[in-house]
Design a protein around this ligand. Structure first.
Ligand code: NAD
Length: 342
């Protein structure tokens, strides 16, 4: 396969590139990435062609630039696209939604328009469970399924919802070859330290205060990136074109539980926690029912949440050089939250 990986220098995309190159060394990967604040070539430097003969080729580019996208598809005879590129941080979307609309909607639209012209290319569109809005805290038996109603709460999730709708419409109207996955919150190596788990780890390692929205009782259903990219692998190999698959990690935990657990593992005191004013429109609970992916693809997360959390903490402890610069940017946002302590 000749695969174009959009957003392959970001958090999940780079994990996908590492995974794929190890598992399918005879495939050709082309990473197409704009290198925004969230994209970092360091994430994939060991798996680029400069470092190994079967490594990925890197093209710096914006998915909003249709001409460059088309040239890349032609130059590398691409037959599959795995589309990760997005603006992905909810808080940033609340502050400044423009880039989310451009990249997540217009960028996806560009890819779809090219697929009308090159119908042999197969697309996998990577999306989020946040398109479904949230679930009540007091009904733990209720989970998202592929049939849940779209009800996004933030500009981020609304832009991802729009991109999902476009992909489905192009499948139905133009017959393009595509699949979609909607996945829960990811954690693992190479996650920019503005997101909850790396934010808590990196600030705790520096003995800094840790902002927690409201009471911290909101529930997220955590999945390790390794399980997410494994799920995408299964969809690419066994998924049915035109279908959507939910991927989850059996990792439902309250945010405050996660924060306390990280502090406990690191041996740091709980008085680093500072409760701050809640996020606008904050979703209360996400939970994924991945029975369809289990039944049709054999998908199952490999390890449990606690094991993966310990591995992730170890990774951040051992890779301070990777995160110490980006932490400075994440700190600016964290300090803004801390100014609204309750
Ligand atoms: N992080 C999560 O918990 C999560 C959960 C479910 C789904 N997703 C989805 O997975 C995908 C990847 O998320 P992530 O957390 O790795 O994001 P990320 O923000 O870490 O990485 C996004 C990557 O896309 C690149 N990019 C941004 N705009 C671009 C553009 N216009 N053109 C080309 N490249 C561009 C960035 O440089 C970066 O490398 C996204 O589509 C996201 O919606 C994420």
């Amino acid at each position: 396969m000749n695969i174009l990986v959009t957003g392959g220098a970001g958090f999940i995309g780079s994990n996908f590139v590492h995974y794929w190159i190890e598992k399918y060394p005879s495939d050709n990967l082309v990473v197409f990435d704009k290198l925004t604040y969230a994209g970092n070539l360091e994430n994939i430097k060991e798996v680029l062609r400069d470092s190994r003969p079967n490594g990925a080729i890197f093209v710096k580019g914006d998915i909003c630039n249709r001409d460059l996208l088309e040239k890349t598809l032609k130059d590398f005879e691409i037959d599959s696209i795995v589309h990760f590129a997005a603006e992905s941080h909810v808080d940033r979307s609340i502050e400044a939604p423009d880039d989310f609309i451009q990249t997540n909607i217009i960028g996806t639209f560009n890819i779809l328009e090219l697929l009308k012209k090159y119908p042999h290319i197969r697309l996998h569109h990577v999306s989020t469970d946040e398109v479904y809005g949230d679930l009540p805290l007091d009904k733990p038996e209720v989970k998202f399924t592929e049939n849940s109603k779209y009800s996004p709460s933030s500009p981020y999730s609304a832009s991802k919802a729009a991109s999902d709708h476009l992909v489905r419409a192009y499948v139905r109207t133009y017959g393009i070859k595509a699949t979609i996955s909607n996945c829960s919150n990811n954690f693992g190596p190479f996650c920019f330290p503005e997101k909850l788990i790396p934010l808590v780890i990196t600030r705790a390692l520096y003995n800094q205060e840790i902002p927690v929205y409201g009471t911290g009782e909101q529930v997220r259903d955590w999945i390790h990136t390794r399980d997410h990219v494994y799920g995408i692998d299964l969809i690419l190999r066994k998924g049915k074109l035109g279908e959507t698959y939910l991927l989850g990690g059996n990792g439902e935990r309250q945010n405050i539980w996660v924060v306390r657990k990280i502090l406990e593992i690191l041996g740091k005191p709980e008085n680093l926690i500072v409760h701050v004013g809640d996020r606008k429109g904050h979703d209360q609970r996400y939970a994924i029912d991945y029975s369809k992916a289990r039944k049709d693809l054999g998908f199952e997360p490999l390890k449990n949440f606690e094991e993966r959390l310990k591995e992730t903490i170890e990774w951040y402890k051992n890779n301070e050089d990777w995160w110490k610069e980006s932490k400075k940017k994440a700190d600016i946002i964290a300090e803004k939250y801390l100014a609204q302590r309750l």
